[in-house]
Design a protein around this ligand. Structure first.
Ligand SMILES: Nc1ncnc2c1ncn2[C@@H]1O[C@H](COP(=O)(O)OP(=O)(O)O)[C@@H](O)[C@H]1O
Ligand SMILES: [Mg+2]
Length: 139
Protein backbone atom coordinates (compact mmCIF):
# COMPACT_ATOMS: atom_id res chain seq x y z
CA UNK A 1 0.00 0.00 0.00
CA UNK A 2 1.10 3.51 -0.73
CA UNK A 3 0.99 5.84 2.23
CA UNK A 4 1.43 9.57 1.68
CA UNK A 5 0.99 13.12 2.88
CA UNK A 6 0.94 16.21 0.68
CA UNK A 7 1.15 19.63 2.21
CA UNK A 8 1.62 23.24 1.20
CA UNK A 9 2.86 25.85 3.62
CA UNK A 10 4.03 29.43 3.42
CA UNK A 11 7.76 29.98 3.07
CA UNK A 12 8.45 30.90 6.67
CA UNK A 13 11.68 29.47 8.06
CA UNK A 14 9.74 28.43 11.19
CA UNK A 15 7.94 25.87 9.03
CA UNK A 16 11.20 23.92 8.67
CA UNK A 17 10.67 22.72 12.24
CA UNK A 18 7.05 21.89 11.43
CA UNK A 19 8.08 19.81 8.40
CA UNK A 20 10.74 17.93 10.40
CA UNK A 21 8.14 17.08 13.01
CA UNK A 22 5.69 16.00 10.31
CA UNK A 23 8.08 13.53 8.71
CA UNK A 24 8.99 12.13 12.13
CA UNK A 25 5.29 11.64 12.96
CA UNK A 26 4.62 10.08 9.56
CA UNK A 27 7.33 7.47 10.21
CA UNK A 28 6.50 6.86 13.86
CA UNK A 29 5.53 3.18 13.39
CA UNK A 30 8.38 2.29 11.02
CA UNK A 31 10.90 1.26 13.67
CA UNK A 32 13.68 3.49 12.39
CA UNK A 33 16.92 3.95 14.25
CA UNK A 34 17.56 7.37 15.74
CA UNK A 35 20.30 7.76 13.16
CA UNK A 36 17.99 7.01 10.20
CA UNK A 37 15.38 9.37 11.58
CA UNK A 38 17.96 12.13 11.97
CA UNK A 39 19.18 11.62 8.40
CA UNK A 40 15.62 11.88 7.07
CA UNK A 41 14.88 15.01 9.12
CA UNK A 42 18.12 16.55 7.87
CA UNK A 43 17.22 15.92 4.21
CA UNK A 44 13.88 17.64 4.88
CA UNK A 45 15.42 20.66 6.63
CA UNK A 46 18.10 21.19 4.01
CA UNK A 47 15.71 20.98 1.06
CA UNK A 48 13.05 23.20 2.63
CA UNK A 49 15.59 25.75 3.88
CA UNK A 50 16.95 25.97 0.32
CA UNK A 51 13.46 26.53 -1.09
CA UNK A 52 12.85 29.37 1.36
CA UNK A 53 16.30 30.99 1.48
CA UNK A 54 17.40 30.56 -2.15
CA UNK A 55 14.22 29.85 -4.10
CA UNK A 56 12.13 32.58 -2.51
CA UNK A 57 14.84 34.86 -1.03
CA UNK A 58 12.93 34.58 2.26
CA UNK A 59 9.67 36.00 0.95
CA UNK A 60 7.38 34.30 3.48
CA UNK A 61 4.25 35.00 1.42
CA UNK A 62 5.39 32.39 -1.15
CA UNK A 63 4.52 28.70 -0.92
CA UNK A 64 6.45 25.45 -0.54
CA UNK A 65 4.98 22.06 -1.51
CA UNK A 66 6.11 19.10 0.55
CA UNK A 67 5.25 15.48 -0.13
CA UNK A 68 6.13 12.38 1.87
CA UNK A 69 5.46 9.00 0.25
CA UNK A 70 6.12 5.53 1.61
CA UNK A 71 5.68 2.56 -0.69
CA UNK A 72 7.33 -0.86 -0.52
CA UNK A 73 9.72 0.39 2.16
CA UNK A 74 10.95 3.19 -0.10
CA UNK A 75 10.56 6.65 1.38
CA UNK A 76 10.28 9.49 -1.14
CA UNK A 77 10.52 13.12 -0.04
CA UNK A 78 9.59 15.84 -2.52
CA UNK A 79 10.17 19.55 -1.88
CA UNK A 80 9.08 22.01 -4.54
CA UNK A 81 9.20 25.79 -4.86
CA UNK A 82 8.12 28.09 -7.68
CA UNK A 83 10.99 30.46 -7.01
CA UNK A 84 14.04 31.71 -8.91
CA UNK A 85 15.37 28.32 -10.00
CA UNK A 86 18.97 27.13 -10.32
CA UNK A 87 21.15 28.24 -13.21
CA UNK A 88 23.55 25.28 -13.15
CA UNK A 89 22.34 22.27 -11.17
CA UNK A 90 25.58 20.30 -11.60
CA UNK A 91 27.53 23.20 -10.11
CA UNK A 92 25.00 23.69 -7.30
CA UNK A 93 25.47 20.03 -6.32
CA UNK A 94 29.24 20.43 -5.88
CA UNK A 95 30.44 20.42 -2.26
CA UNK A 96 31.09 23.93 -0.93
CA UNK A 97 29.35 25.66 -3.83
CA UNK A 98 27.00 28.36 -2.60
CA UNK A 99 25.65 31.58 -4.06
CA UNK A 100 25.35 32.88 -0.48
CA UNK A 101 28.78 32.12 0.97
CA UNK A 102 29.06 35.67 2.30
CA UNK A 103 26.27 34.83 4.75
CA UNK A 104 26.06 31.76 6.97
CA UNK A 105 25.63 29.21 4.13
CA UNK A 106 28.30 26.51 3.89
CA UNK A 107 27.40 25.16 0.45
CA UNK A 108 26.96 21.64 1.82
CA UNK A 109 23.17 21.24 1.72
CA UNK A 110 22.97 19.19 -1.48
CA UNK A 111 26.07 17.20 -0.48
CA UNK A 112 24.46 16.23 2.82
CA UNK A 113 21.15 15.39 1.13
CA UNK A 114 23.07 13.22 -1.33
CA UNK A 115 24.90 11.35 1.44
CA UNK A 116 21.74 10.71 3.45
CA UNK A 117 19.63 9.63 0.43
CA UNK A 118 19.90 6.60 -1.82
CA UNK A 119 18.97 8.77 -4.78
CA UNK A 120 18.70 12.54 -5.10
CA UNK A 121 17.08 14.18 -8.13
CA UNK A 122 17.09 17.93 -8.63
CA UNK A 123 14.87 19.40 -11.34
CA UNK A 124 15.13 23.14 -11.80
CA UNK A 125 14.40 25.82 -14.32
CA UNK A 126 15.52 29.45 -14.06
CA UNK A 127 12.60 31.68 -13.15
CA UNK A 128 10.26 28.71 -12.75
CA UNK A 129 11.40 26.93 -9.62
CA UNK A 130 13.03 23.84 -8.19
CA UNK A 131 11.92 20.35 -7.28
CA UNK A 132 14.06 18.08 -5.11
CA UNK A 133 13.22 14.38 -4.96
CA UNK A 134 15.06 12.28 -2.39
CA UNK A 135 14.59 8.51 -2.09
CA UNK A 136 15.71 6.40 0.82
CA UNK A 137 14.97 2.77 1.51
CA UNK A 138 14.05 1.88 5.05
CA UNK A 139 14.09 -1.64 6.48
N1 LIG B 1 15.42 25.79 -4.09
C1 LIG B 1 16.44 26.49 -4.63
N2 LIG B 1 16.19 27.55 -5.44
C2 LIG B 1 17.19 28.27 -6.00
N3 LIG B 1 18.51 28.00 -5.80
C3 LIG B 1 18.82 26.95 -5.01
C4 LIG B 1 17.81 26.15 -4.38
N4 LIG B 1 18.43 25.17 -3.66
C5 LIG B 1 19.74 25.37 -3.83
N5 LIG B 1 20.01 26.42 -4.64
C6 LIG B 1 21.33 26.90 -5.10
O1 LIG B 1 22.27 25.84 -4.89
C7 LIG B 1 23.33 26.30 -4.05
C8 LIG B 1 23.84 25.16 -3.21
O2 LIG B 1 22.86 24.75 -2.23
P1 LIG B 1 23.36 24.05 -0.90
O3 LIG B 1 24.25 22.90 -1.28
O4 LIG B 1 22.20 23.73 -0.05
O5 LIG B 1 24.27 25.15 -0.22
P2 LIG B 1 23.87 26.49 0.59
O6 LIG B 1 22.40 26.42 0.87
O7 LIG B 1 24.70 26.43 1.82
O8 LIG B 1 24.21 27.62 -0.31
C9 LIG B 1 22.75 27.47 -3.26
O9 LIG B 1 23.75 28.36 -2.81
C10 LIG B 1 21.82 28.10 -4.30
O10 LIG B 1 22.55 28.91 -5.21
MG1 LIG C 1 21.38 24.82 1.57
Amino acid sequence: MKKYVKMRFNADIENVTFARGTVASFLINEDLTLNEMNEIKTIVSEAITNAIVHGYLEDATKEVDFEIILENKILTLIVEDKGIGIEDVAKAREPLFSTKLETERAGLGFTIMEIFSDELKIESELGKGTKVIAKKSIK
